[in-house]
Design a protein around this ligand. Structure first.
Ligand code: F6R
Length: 632
């Protein structure tokens, strides 16, 4: 996820040198400046910004940049690179100035490259700006700005912001930012500086985090507190819809409408490691809790009153073949249900590592969809290439822009942000969300869904983020239940229809982080073999949300109960019957049956997490597993 930083020094020296901060080796194998001028204390912005950027590296990024405003000679100098902060340090000459901004970019609009890296400028070089988030209506704004003579240099959505600010600038950076923001839809945390209004940094926030630190050496701006803690523990958290002006005199915060806001200075007690995880004990837990935001990002700019527009060309095909591995394969199985149901296209789902060995019959009438978080999974990449060589059309559903698969085919980005925990969580729910969007868009185009169906479904999609939040609010109940079963020898998970992939994913999450053998089954298949695994007290997790096969699932629950299983049911909030059939109930909000598996998956992620936590497992790095599997 992108990181933004800023610093306004007050002239007193701060200690940026920690003995190892700048000793890394850059991409060309050259020691990155290795403390050449970062020895000890400084009152300059550049070393502080590099230090803050280093602290944000854990968030994941593909390019970096800084801009320093020298308020004595009135110029902004900007340096950017595709690569690491170490690379940035090695290409940046010594820049004098006590005010500056910096950025680590995680590409969403426009590939990773130096020109797409932030800070972006208005073209005159008099304004520089860094931004996290997505400007949904950037294309229409960009067209208008081009018409009025603005020249754009990058493919990013962000670049419209400095141009808009320049358009509104009349001697006051704050009001120009305010006016510019009144034109944009989307999410942002931003920091802007201007040579025409020196001595200040203007910051703003909507749906993307931003914090300001108040230290002895000046003011520190960052996407999270992890970098700031070295300098100060006193911080102000910006809220949505607020603009802040940072000057030597202090911080002045107002709403977008210009109403003054009284902010509380908070003192952070976390240690730096806890700060990287925003206070969560593990990255996996943090990523599970990020899902209301990541789902909002997945939908951002893609759902409107007219329906759904994913911005990718969808060919008219006879058949869809989904190829993926692991968790992404489970998303693919879910995709089959929704694509066949909504778009009435036949769908096959293939495990990527097996795909080539069937000598697949595939041609230009097929659309191959590769689903992958990393975009680097060797089996998936090889399968996509094989399908392409046979003439099939290709689409990637990918989280990492710039990854190998994004270079093989047109891609629909899941926008879940970097996932650091090895176990996939937020990337999975964003994959499901993308598949739902794709199915509805295709269904509308193929007229297999009526306008009324589309409108109803879009309404439900818009509730998804809030509904995930409600599931997260029930984490203490899920924890209590998980802890009761943490010593079990094995688990079975079952579900029918679109809940079957969610059951498979629930079992995979549990086994990979808790090491307890766990299998997922279609509930109707139990009687054909897996029932032999049932013995007195064995835990069975049954997904029994309200859908057309609900009654049948209750029948399958009775089968395992009759043989001694202890059943944990996942059911809708309004389901008053379920408690008669199962031993424990975990709830999800009432929603469309095709959306319920997304919510049930969040319950199962938390369930797996708390079982593993109780067993003292190493959750973020399970044994023998890697985040990106680049070998076949
Ligand atoms: C499980 C998990 C793996 C990945 C699989 C594919 O939690 O993360 O099963 O889903 O290795 O990886 P991607 O999606 O990067 O292709």
């Amino acid at each position: 996820m992108c990181g933004i930083v800023g610093y306004l020094g007050n002239g007193s020296a701060v200690d940026v040198w920690d003995g190892k901060c700048f000793t890394d080796v850059n991409a060309s194998g050259v020691d990155a400046r290795d403390g050449e001028f970062f020895t000890g204390v400084t009152s300059e912005a550049m070393p502080v910004l590099f230090d803050l950027l280093k602290k944000l590296e854990y968030r994941g990024y593909d390019s970096a940049g800084i801009a320093i405003l020298n308020d004595e000679n009135g110029e902004i100098r900007t340096f950017k690179t595709e690569g690491s902060v170490g690379d940035l340090i090695s290409i940046t000459p010594e820049l004098g100035g006590r005010i500056g901004i910096g950025h680590t970019r995680w590409a969403t609009h426009g590939k990773p490259s130096t020109k797409n890296a932030h800070p972006h400028s208005d073209g005159t070089g008099r304004i520089a700006l860094v931004h996290n988030g997505i400007i949904e209506n950037y294309a229409e704004i960009k067209d208008k700005l081009i018409e009025s003579g603005h020249e754009f240099r990058s493919e990013t959505d962000t670049e419209v912001l400095p141009h808009l600010i320049e358009e509104y600038y009349d001697g006051n950076l704050e009001s120009a930012v305010r006016n510019a923001l009144s034109m944009v839809r989307g999410s942002y945390a931003l920091a802007a500086i201007s040579v025409d209004d020196p001595g200040r940094i203007v910051v703003a926030r909507k749906d993307s985090p931003l914090v300001i630190g108040l230290g002895d050496g000046g003011f520190f701006v960052a996407s999270d507190v992890s970098g700031i803690l070295k300098y100060t523990r006193d911080v102000v958290f910006m809220n949505d819809g607020e603009i802040g002006v940072i000057t030597d005199a202090g911080i002045d915060i107002t709403t977008l409408e210009g109403v003054s806001v009284e902010k509380k200075i908070e003192t952070i007690e976390w240690d730096p490691e806890a700060a990287e995880k925003s206070g969560y004990e593990h990255f996996m837990l943090k990523e599970i809790f990020e899902q209301p935001d990541t789902i909002r990002d997945t939908f951002s700019g893609r759902i409107s009153a007219d329906g759904i527009d994913l911005g990718v060309a969808l060919p008219n095909v006879r058949r869809i073949v989904i190829i993926a591995c692991g968790t992404s394969y489970h998303a693919g199985l879910f995709g089959r249900y929704v694509l066949e149901r909504f778009a009435r296209i036949p769908v096959d789902v293939e495990i990527a590592s097996e795909f080539r060995y069937t000598d697949p019959i595939i041609d230009c009438g097929d659309l191959v969809i590769a689903i992958t978080q990393s975009g680097e999974t060797a089996d998936t990449l090889a399968a996509v290439r094989e399908a392409g060589s046979k003439g099939s059309q290709k689409l990637g559903i990918v989280n990492m822009l710039g990854s190998s698969i994004t270079r093989e085919c047109q891609c629909l980005l899941t926008r879940a942000g970097p996932e650091i925990g090895v176990a996939a969580t937020k990337s999975f729910t964003s994959q499901l969300a993308c598949l739902l969007l794709l199915s509805v868009q295709l269904g509308k185009a193929r007229k297999t869904l009526s306008t009324a169906d589309v409108n109803d479904f879009v309404y439900e999609l818009k509730q998804m983020s809030g509904n995930i939040q409600r599931v997260l609010n029930s984490a203490p109940d899920i924890r209590k239940c998980a802890t009761m079963f943490a010593d079990a020898d094995q688990f079975l998970f079952m579900g029918r229809g679109a809940n079957y992939p969610a059951a498979l994913e629930g079992a995979l999450k549990l086994k990979e982080i808790s090491y307890i053998p766990a299998e997922g089954f279609p509930a109707g298949e139990m009687k054909h073999g897996p029932l032999a695994l049932i013995y007195d007290g064995v835990p069975v997790v049954a997904i029994a949300t309200k859908d057309p096969v609900y009654e049948k699932t209750l029948g399958n629950i009775k089968e395992v109960k009759a043989r001694g299983a202890t059943v944990i049911g996942i059911a809708n909030e309004s389901d008053t019957e379920i408690a008669k059939y199962v031993d424990y109930v975990l709830r999800i909000p009432d929603t469309d049956p095709w959306i319920a598996p997304v919510l049930s998956s969040v319950v199962l992620q938390l369930f797996a997490y708390y079982v593993a936590h109780h067993r003292g497992c190493e959750i973020d790095k399970p044994r023998n597993l890697a985040k990106s599997v680049t070998v076949e």
